[in-house]
Design a protein around this ligand. Structure first.
Ligand SMILES: Nc1ncnc2c1ncn2[C@@H]1O[C@H](COP(=O)(O)OP(=O)(O)OP(=O)(O)O)[C@@H](O)[C@H]1O
Length: 320
């Protein structure tokens, strides 16, 4: 565990950080796309924001609960990984979910995104219980996530990776796709235009035609976020998005997460880097040994003795 004093240093070191680093690639690039030549509208941030979140006026009813966990419990055999955890994620906020290693953050994330079925309790999303909802249905309901370990289609271009995400929203039938009906062609055109807007939104549009595997590690993380946003989620869940980032990449990521929230999305963020969590979240839920030990504004979490104690080994002034 390191507690470096430099700006942007992780206070709580992520042990997986090094393992997550993609090797530097040394391959010929596909070149840089002139974004303005593809679509002049993409140079206007407002037009990009409109394309990325067309429903934002409708979806954003700030402050109301979008997702609620009620007594959420997940057991693995005799181990209670998540123990009677209740909290809510309010529309339009960035909620941080933190806790020491093994606290149950990923388990909570997985229960919310349909990977695990709760042993007890439930998850309410947009007023409906998620209990019997399959994973692909969860995407359709409006929950998207990124993973601790990047999962992209490496041989596909950045744009193709994002268009795959928009496919989740397509309504064309299989025969429509086979016979390339007018509706299908229009949907394809729209998906490409929206894909470019999403790449521009996360800051990697000039790399649109590059294979995902040839993008830098930071750009791959941005691409993952763009792909998740392509499903038009009401809730975007980010699982350690800053793992392996240097301080300037972290600061750029904080700007991007705020931009995502400001564009009308609700964000759940699991992140080990306390400086990032404190700097970007609106509210924080803290887990320890599967139980919720705090649920408060970042400034109050910073001072909370139970939270400080949970992170034993980190002096109080390191949290401040
Ligand atoms: N599939 C599983 N089978 C058995 N035990 C599991 C499983 N997944 C997690 N656990 C255990 O549940 C507890 C909570 O783990 P979890 O990964 O949710 O914690 P975390 O807060 O995300 O930790 P980290 O910060 O290290 O990623 C740990 O004791 C872990 O070993």
């Amino acid at each position: 565990m390191t507690a470096g004093p430099g700006a942007g240093d992780a206070m709580f070191d992520n042990e997986d950080m090094a393992a997550n680093l993609a090797p530097e690639v040394d391959v010929p690039t596909a070149g840089v796309v002139d974004v303005a030549a593809i679509d002049p509208a993409l140079v206007d941030p407002e037009a990009v924001a409109e394309a990325v979140a067309p429903q934002r006026e409708i979806e954003t009813a700030e402050g109301q609960a979008l997702l609620k966990t009620e007594g959420l419990t997940v057991r693995f055999g005799g181990l209670v990984a998540l123990d009677d955890v209740s909290f809510e994620i309010r529309r339009g906020e960035i909620l941080g979910l933190i806790g020491p290693n093994g606290a149950g953050k990923t388990t909570c994330f997985n229960a919310i995104t349909g990977v695990y079925k709760p042993s007890a309790g439930r998850v309410m999303f947009d007023g409906e219980p998620l209990a019997k909802t399959k994973r692909n249905e969860i995407t359709r309901l409006g929950i998207a996530r990124t993973f601790q370990n990047i999962r992209l289609f490496g041989e596909m271009t950045a744009l193709e990776n994002v268009v795959v995400g928009t496919d989740a929203r397509h309504r064309t039938s299989v025969p429509g796709a086979i016979f390339r009906t007018r509706r299908h062609r229009r949907e394809e055109r729209d998906a490409v235009a929206r894909g470019m807007a999403l790449l521009e939104f996360v800051g990697i549009a000039p790399r649109a035609v590059e294979k995902a595997k040839n993008l830098s590690y930071g750009d791959q993380r941005r691409l993952e976020i763009a792909r998740a946003l392509a499903t038009e989620p009401k809730l975007l869940c980010l699982d350690e998005p800053a793992a392996g980032f240097n301080p300037s990449e972290k600061s750029a990521l904080m700007d991007l997460i705020r931009k995502i929230r400001d564009d009308g999305f609700t964000v759940l963020l699991i992140e080990h880097d306390m400086r990032l969590v404190m700097g970007v979240t609106d509210r924080i839920v803290v887990l320890e040994f599967g139980k919720k030990i705090a649920d408060d504004l970042p400034a109050a979490i910073r001072e909370n003795p139970a939270v400080i104690a949970a992170y034993l080994g980190v002096p109080d002034d390191a949290i401040a």
